[in-house]
Design a protein around this ligand. Structure first.
Ligand code: FAD
Length: 415
């Protein structure tokens, strides 16, 4: 069997590895270069403890309020575009307590295999940067950190096996000496990890090639055509023929699927990051700064600081003012680490998270279009969910697996 995977982001590559390891012939088709879109500049957290839907009671109001706040963490912009208004309406519908809990459960179920698959990559000789030891959640105020306990309780009730620990700031500084004086509250998650996403994607792509599979870069897919027994993929180069197709094109999925009559509710949610060497006591862990909703990952190459969730993302222009504001805010949580002079003027990054209204990905076969599978819409959790998504798609394609717990993530669910 030959499977074409469209999109060489973290999700497409994870699907490729899981299929290739089960003996399937795989071709990954990427319009640019592997791992250069949303999967590139993220903080790389693999965080089942912080896997919950964005849509929850109160989020819409909060997002609307910061629509015009240049430093708002969540920005929801009113726009008169029909697709966007439809998405917003569905987001509102998904924000009830009941739907939120269902979403937490769906993500928990998908996450059950996350670490197993991540460890299988390492055991297979895929070399990538990975850090264990949990995430330190830092708050300046009790109110700022108070959301964490109830969300964690929701996870525990459905059998989540991780723990959280409340630490004193002194205890936390033994783990992360970079924590600053303004931090008053710390909660540590235990099982979460983080990876350097580019190292993971490059290593997966190299491993696929080593396994005799094809990774075709600089090849844009223009259309998909169902033919007898399979699919023909029209590209800006040679057409590709495959028995099955997985669409893993992230935020760009709607445009590719629309000609097939599929209207997938994915909008781009723009976020920013910057990776700096800086000077001072350098963070060497994953830190979540609760009040400004900023993530920090201490990578080998430097400190990555990321934030904002701008809906809908209109472009990928890096707003330097916003990036600087994120860095300045992050530094207020740190002891004495700061960018080197002129460093923030350099390498800011912006990416589009593929956001669905209920924050759940679209996974599995598309009814009525035999052999077409979706693995897209992973929103703010693509790195976390990619390994288990890959394993699930391989089970679906090879074994016809359709476990009941996947139903909330079916591509044809009602929004
Ligand atoms: C600031 C920020 C921080 C984040 N932090 C985290 C985090 O810590 N942990 C976490 O789990 N998630 C995080 N995320 C979310 C995560 O980055 C995304 O969910 C994930 O990258 C989505 O991966 P993907 O493979 O679906 O999409 P992408 O990485 O966007 O890949 C899709 C690929 O498809 C290609 N493509 C599109 N159309 C075509 C076509 N027609 N033909 C050929 N190729 C095509 C694109 O070029 C692209 O390479 C963060 C996101 C942002 C923006």
């Amino acid at each position: 069997m030959r499977v074409a995977i469209i999109g060489g982001g973290v999700v497409g590559l994870a699907c490729g590895w899981s299929l290739a390891k089960r003996g399937v012939e795989v071709v990954i088709v990427e319009k640019d270069v592997i791992g250069e879109a949303a999967s590139k500049g993220n903080t790389g957290w693999v965080s089942p403890t912080i896997s919950f839907p964005l849509a929850s009671p109160g989020t819409l109001m909060m997002g609307m309020k910061s629509a015009f706040d240049p430093n708002g963490a969540l920005v929801i912009r009113p726009e008169l575009d029909t697709r966007w208004l439809k998405w917003l309406w569905a987001f509102r519908g998904a924000a009830s307590r009941e739907r939120f809990l269902k979403g937490v459960e769906a993500l928990h179920n998908l996450n059950r295999r996350t670490f197993e698959v991540l460890d299988a990559y390492a055991a297979d000789g895929v070399p990538f940067e990975m850090h264990s030891g949990g995430i330190l959640t830092l708050g300046k105020t009790e109110k700022g950190i108070s959301w964490f306990g109830p969300v964690f309780e929701d996870l525990k009730k459905i059998g989540f096996e991780g723990e959280i620990e409340t630490l004193t700031v002194e205890e936390a500084r033994k783990i992360e000496p970079a924590i600053g004086d303004e931090v008053k509250f710390v909660v540590r998650t235990t099982i979460d990890r983080y990876v350097q996403p580019q190292s993971l994607m490059r290593a997966l792509a190299d491993r696929l090639v080593e396994l005799g599979q094809e990774v075709r870069e600089h090849t844009a897919v223009l259309g998909l055509q169902q033919v007898s027994g399979g699919w023909t993929i029209q590209t800006d180069g040679e057409p590709i023929v495959a028995d099955r197709v997985i669409v893993a094109t992230g935020a760009l999925s709607p445009a590719l699927l629309r000609p097939l009559g599929l209207d997938v509710p994915i909008v781009p949610a723009k976020g920013y990051s910057i990776t700096l060497r800086g000077e001072g006591t350098r963070p060497s862990q994953a830190l979540y700064l609760t009040e400004p909703k900023i993530g920090i990952s201490g990578f080998d190459e430097g400190v990555r600081i990321a934030g904002t969730f701008e809906l809908p993302g209109r472009d990928l222009v890096v707003d330097d003012r916003r990036v600087r504001a994120i860095v300045d805010e992050a530094c207020t949580f740190l002891k004495d680490w700061h960018p080197l002079p002129g460093e923030t003027a350099v390498e800011g990054w912006a990416g589009w998270r593929p956001a669905t209204p209920d924050s759940l990905p679209l996974l599995g076969p598309v009814p009525g279009l035999d052999g077409l599978f979706l693995a897209t819409g992973h929103g703010m959790l693509g790195v976390t969910l990619a390994p288990s998504t890959g394993a699930l798609l391989a089970d679906m394609i090879l074994d016809g697996a359709s476990p009941a717990w996947v139903a909330p993530m079916r591509p044809d669910r009602r929004f």
